[in-house]
Every structure is written in structure tokens, then in C-alpha cells.
Design a protein around this ligand. Structure first.
Ligand code: ARG
Length: 275
């Protein structure tokens, strides 16, 4: 993991860890988008995942693989594994039904020589922790205990901005806010508590607002390297708005992943360079 970035690999989201959709099912309901009566189509889900990985590679991003395990139906959402930065990873403390994933995550990082740190409190991994330049935009209140924020600041050296989303629809921060580049954020103001809205407005970053209806279709759950944005095809207005800013936008089907309550961002854990 210490290998230098290749010349063409982007600095933001240039190195990603993904799993696969082989065992993706809705076996439990741990967010408001999941219903055990609405199962993903296995073939379409695999195709969605493969399409996302292809798009990352086409954008010049390096992609690592962690095969999913049969007893881990949500493992396709690899962003929740933890937060990785330099040679360290802080592993997530996931909701009960997802705990069987953690030994697989731990083994992957240990085998690659990472210093593996256990989260002392509930922690949704990168779902609630989005690096943005020197900042770590960090969510709490649903899957992440607010006491994780100073812990992450201390361990990984980020300046943490603590944010609270407005309700269970926004159970992870990466549904409410998307980092397009270190100076451009897409966000859905309705998805945040009033204090957090003010905090975001005071960051001094360029902010583009997205309608709640688009955010609910996981429009903000995107991966951007600052040049190419990989996102769902269910929010064409948001795609158009990014294109108008000169970005290359790749829109991909995510209707199967949506049944698990996630989108493009959720499927990849960024292996962030050292701070
Ligand atoms: N079904 C998964 C869960 O509820 C979805 C996780 C989506 N991940 C994310 N980073 N928002 O945990």
C-alpha cells in the first residue's frame, strides 16, 4: 500500500478497494431503503457492480479486490469497512448484522501490512467519513458515535468537521453530501440538522445544492477524482449540472444496489494516501 502513485492515477479517489455483488441480498432491514420483500436481481446486481469497477479503471483509478463472503450479504458496500489513510486503517464498528464482514476487512489490511486500529465506538467507516483536502467531513448520530470524531482526528491527522444528518434516510453522510473535488461539494441542505447546515456553509468551499428527491436516489453517493465523476444514472439533473462545470460524468445503473440502500460511493473504500 505504500507503492507510489503512478503518474496518471488521480490524487483523489485514485486507489480503491471494492468487493463484489456475488452474495448481495437483503437479509435484514437496517436502513429505510431496505425491504426483505424486495430482493435484488443477482445477475443485474453483478452487472451493476462490474460496470462501476470498469468505469473506475477507465478513469485511471487503481482498483483492489476483496472477495465477498456468503454470510455477508452487504459486503458489496465496501466503503463501510473503515477509514484508510496512509499505512493505517481504522476499522468500522458496524451494525450487528454486518459484523461478520469485519474479520474479512481486517485480514485484507493485515495481509498488506497496514496498522489496523479497532474503532472504540460505533463507526460506519467511510460512509460517515469523507476526506476533503485537509478536512474530514464526518457524520454522527446514526451509525457513527460522535466520540469517533476526535479519535479519527488524533489517529489520522485530519481536521474534522462534525456534521449531523437530519434523519434515518441519511443514515450515512455519503448519502447527503458528495465531494467532487477538495473545493467543490454537492449537498442536500434538507438532509442536515440546522447547525450542520451552517457549518457547511461556513467552510469556504464552493457548494452546489441538490434536490432532496435526487439525494434520495443516491445522486450524492458518487466517486469523483476531480476530473471524472462516477455516479448513478437516476439523477440526470445532477449529472447535467456537473457537466456544465466541465467535469466528465459517467452515469451508471444502480437500481439493484439501491435496494440495499446504497449507490456508487458505498461500493468502494478509498485507500487514501498518507496525510
Ligand atoms: N445495506 C447497507 C447498510 O445498511 C448499505 C450501506 C451503504 N453504504 C454507505 N456508505 N452509505 O449498511
Amino acid at each position: 500500500m505504500t507503492a507510489a502513485r503512478s503518474r496518471t492515477e488521480p490524487a483523489l479517489n485514485g486507489h480503491l478497494l471494492v468487493s463484489d455483488a456475488e452474495h448481495f441480498r437483503v437479509d435484514f432491514e437496517i436502513n429505510p431503503y431496505m425491504s426483505t420483500r424486495d430482493q435484488p436481481d443477482p445477475c443485474a446486481a453483478r452487472a451493476e457492480h462490474a460496470g462501476i469497477v470498469r468505469a473506475h479503471r477507465a478513469a485511471g483509478r487503481r482498483v483492489e479486490r476483496l472477495p465477498s463472503a456468503p454470510d455477508c450479504p452487504d459486503m458489496v458496500f465496501t466503503a463501510n469497512a473503515g477509514l484508510a489513510c496512509g499505512g493505517q486503517v481504522v476499522l468500522a464498528r458496524l451494525p450487528g448484522p454486518r459484523r461478520p464482514e469485519t474479520p474479512h476487512h481486517r485480514a485484507w489490511f493485515e495481509a498488506r501490512g497496514y496498522t489496523v486500529v479497532d474503532a472504540p465506538y460505533d463507526f460506519s467507516g467511510q460512509g460517515d467519513a469523507l476526506p476533503c483536502g485537509p478536512l474530514l467531513l464526518a457524520g454522527s448520530g446514526h451509525r457513527t458515535d460522535a466520540r469517533m470524531h476526535p479519535f479519527l482526528a488524533d489517529r489520522l491527522g485530519y481536521e474534522v468537521v462534525s456534521l449531523r444528518t437530519a434523519g434515518p434516510l441519511w443514515y450515512d453522510l455519503d448519502l447527503a453530501l458528495g465531494v467532487v473535488s477538495p473545493d467543490l461539494l454537492l449537498w442536500c441542505p434538507e438532509a442536515f440538522e440546522p447547525d450542520s447546515r451552517s457549518l457547511i456553509r461556513a467552510l469556504g468551499l464552493e457548494l452546489v445544492e441538490v434536490a432532496e428527491s435526487d439525494a434520495r436516489r443516491f445522486a450524492l453517493n458518487l466517486i469523483s477524482d476531480g476530473r471524472t465523476v462516477t455516479m448513478t444514472d437516476r439523477a440526470p439533473r445532477v449529472a447535467a449540472l456537473l457537466r456544465a462545470r466541465g467535469l466528465t460524468v459517467v452515469e451508471l445503473p444502480t437500481a439493484q444496489l439501491a435496494k440495499g440502500g446504497g449507490g456508487v460511493r458505498c461500493t468502494a473504500l478509498t485507500l487514501h494516501p498518507a496525510r
